[in-house]
Design a protein around this ligand. Structure first.
Ligand SMILES: N[C@@H](CCC(=O)N[C@@H](CS)C(=O)NCC(=O)O)C(=O)O
Length: 213
């Protein structure tokens, strides 16, 4: 059984969506940032970087932090949502690393400066808005020739990207400017596991769906 230590944030939602997709048995442990629970000694023992998400696999005692590592582990455990051929696995690594190193950190800065900082730091807001537009452009190009990030098959790479793109409203990005991302987003958003995973732990933030133009 998987213990999932998480909160309803983009990185947390990657793993709740993944667990909903796989059907692996799991139990949710909410880490409440308002109570500083991410810095508790119990949580640090499984997540030394004091960030969610983290898991413990009670079948073998393994604890893991870092959403990319957790997605890879769960894909292997469930034997699904990852390519099996060698070249396909390298493309998975490439686009998963892109998500972890660029999409998450840069869009996270947009949340910090544009949403939480209300755009008061103009230089930082402009810098990360520009970077967000560039990154959405990269995703749009990839999705122009591919139904999903790895081609014909939905995978952990789509799951890694989805909750970050799912905050286009906070980022004040118009998905209509990126039609291939929009097409992909609507398709992934319609998956039952994505809808249920978005809401774990229970929260009052509905999955945003752009109005059609
Ligand atoms: N690279 C990490 C980033 C995790 C991360 O930034 N988690 C945030 C929430 S999305 C967090 O736990 N923040 C709490 C804090 O910084 O105190 C991953 O992908 O798992």
């Amino acid at each position: 059984m998987i213990e999932l230590h998480t909160l309803f944030t983009p990185n947390g939602r990657k793993i709740s969506i993944m667990l909903e997709e796989t059907g692996l048995p799991y139990e949710v442990h909410k880490i409440d940032f308002s109570k500083d629970e991410q810095h508790s000694p119990e949580f640090l023992a499984i997540s030394p970087n004091n960030k969610i998400p983290a898991i413990v696999d009670t079948d073998n005692g393994l604890s893991l932090m870092e959403s990319g590592a957790i997605l890879l582990y769960l894909a292997e455990k469930a034997d699904m949502l990852a390519p099996k051929d060698e070249l396909g696995r390298w493309k998975m690594m490439e686009w998963l690393m892109f998500q972890m190193a660029s999409v998450g950190p840069m869009l996270g800065q947009v949340h910090t400066f544009r949403r939480y900082g209300k755009g008061e730091n103009k230089e930082a807001t402009e810098r990360y808005d520009k970077e967000a537009q560039r990154i959405y452009g990269v995703m749009d190009k990839r999705l122009a020739d591919n139904q999903y990030f790895l081609g014909d098959d939905y995978s952990i790479v789509d799951i890694a990207h989805f909750p970050w793109v799912g905050r286009w409203d906070w980022q004040e990005v118009d998905l209509h400017d990126f039609p291939n991302v929009l097409r992909w987003y609507l398709e992934v958003a319609a998956r039952p596991a994505v809808k249920s995973g978005w809401n774990i732990p229970e929260n009052d933030q509905p999955l945003p769906i752009p109005e059609s133009k």
